[in-house]
Ligand binder design. Structure first.
Ligand SMILES: O=C(O)CCC(=O)C(=O)O
Ligand SMILES: [Fe+2]
Length: 371
């Protein structure tokens, strides 16, 4: 008990320091301490090589950005489907995104996070601009279980990205940030289309089955997360347990570690960072689109005392009008009944905005046919 008290005092002194500015009210320590059932037992760097998600290489599949059809392609497609059926996650190596593009986006994002809070808040999310910089102290809609994180959320629109960067940076400095972010998004979008084609192929559908609906770039979104060192990592979370509502997520994480994935039995596993890789995971929309064959799995980010951590999540989604409905041929092939009512991505997105915070895998439940 005495130790608890002591710990809390340290935190009171340090808490929210990374998030506070003159413009924001200081959140209380209690708000950062999560409900006990959410406290992570596994540390950020606790990995078990016998229990981690599979690594898939595109070395024989992508040559200079072109897909090489053949046995290696078919095998990689099946491996992606198997990983997505079992884990909802896999690590992708030899993915073809140039390392310079990756290094530059990491550099620009880290630099932006290291700016004084007053500058970052100039790009803060507002009613007029529902995208931009946000942290637990700057968002009044978060009142408890505050994430120990700051983030930048933007859609893949050059105008929006530029206008955000212009607010944050003085003069001409904004170009470097916007260029790096746009270039990264374009490259990862391309990769996302390859992955979605491969998943469709691996399921025995036409390769274009999902990608033909991905026409609106402005439905593609990026969330850059920075998790500062946290004085109480056993009781705080960088990002609480959630599933991603989108179609597909391509996540870039640094070498620190902190991403954890929940297994069917409720236990968590740590996802060990692999150099030059992406983590790919299935979102709720693709889960529904494949009648639950490819799984959207709950995950979270834990924090640590020593090191800040950067992760960049890129989310692909179809056009607003796309009807998300499992193709009849997949149902026939698997001899399954339809599990979800059809919905459009636009409709699902509106519901999410009302719900604000996705907790666990609740967003998709409203479309379950048994409900
Ligand atoms: O930081 C991480 O590893 C996870 C990020 C994530 O799940 C998200 O942004 O949706
Ligand atoms: Fe996520």
């Amino acid at each position: 008990m005495a130790r608890e008290k002591e710990e809390e005092e340290v935190v009171v002194a340090q808490v929210a320091e990374p998030f506070v500015s003159d413009q924001a009210t200081k959140p209380s320590i209690k708000d950062f301490i999560w409900s006990e059932d959410e406290w992570p037992k596994l540390k950020h760097n606790n990995f078990d090589s016998s229990e981690d998600v599979p690594i898939i290489s595109l070395i024989e599949v992508l040559i200079n950005g072109n897909i090489i059809a053949g046995q290696a392609y078919d095998e990689a497609c099946r491996a992606m489907v198997e990983a997505s059926e079992k884990w909802g996650f896999f690590k992708l190596i030899d993915h073809g995104v140039p390392p310079e593009i990756i290094r530059e986006v990491e550099r620009q994002c880290s630099e932006l996070f290291s700016l004084p809070m007053e500058k970052k808040l100039r790009g803060g999310r507002s009613k007029e601009l529902p995208f931009g910089y946000i942290n637990s102290a700057s968002d009044p809609s978060y009142t408890h279980n505050l994430p120990w994180a700051e983030s930048i959320q933007l859609i893949q629109s050059p105008q929006l990205v530029t206008s955000f960067a212009q607010r944050v940076y003085d003069e001409d400095q904004h170009h470097a940030f916007s260029d790096a972010l746009m270039e990264y998004m374009e490259a990862v979008e391309e990769l996302g289309r390859v992955i979605l084609g491969m998943l469709a192929h691996g399921l025995g559908l036409s390769d274009e089955c999902f990608t033909k609906c991905l026409s609106e770039k402005e439905n593609m979104m990026i969330r850059v997360n920075q998790y500062p060192p946290c004085p109480l990592p056993d009781k705080c979370l960088g990002l609480g347990s959630h599933s991603d509502p989108h179609t597909l997520t391509i996540l870039l994480q640094d070498e620190v570690g902190g991403l954890q994935v929940q297994k069917e039995d409720g236990e968590w596993i740590g996802i060990k960072p692999v150099p030059n890789s992406f983590i790919v995971n299935i979102g709720d929309t693709l889960d529904a689109w494949t009648n639950g064959s490819l799984k959207s799995v709950v995950h979270r980010a834990v924090v640590n005392k020593e090191k800040k951590r950067l992760s960049i999540a890129y989310f692909l989604s179809p056009a607003n009008k796309t009807v998300v409905e499992c193709p009849g041929e997949l149902l026939d092939q698997r001899g399954e009944q339809r599990k979800y009512k059809s919905f459009t991505w636009g409709e699902f997105k509106r519901e999410l905005l009302i719900q604000k915070r996705v907790v666990k895998k609740t967003a998709l439940e409203r479309y379950l046919i048994s409900n």
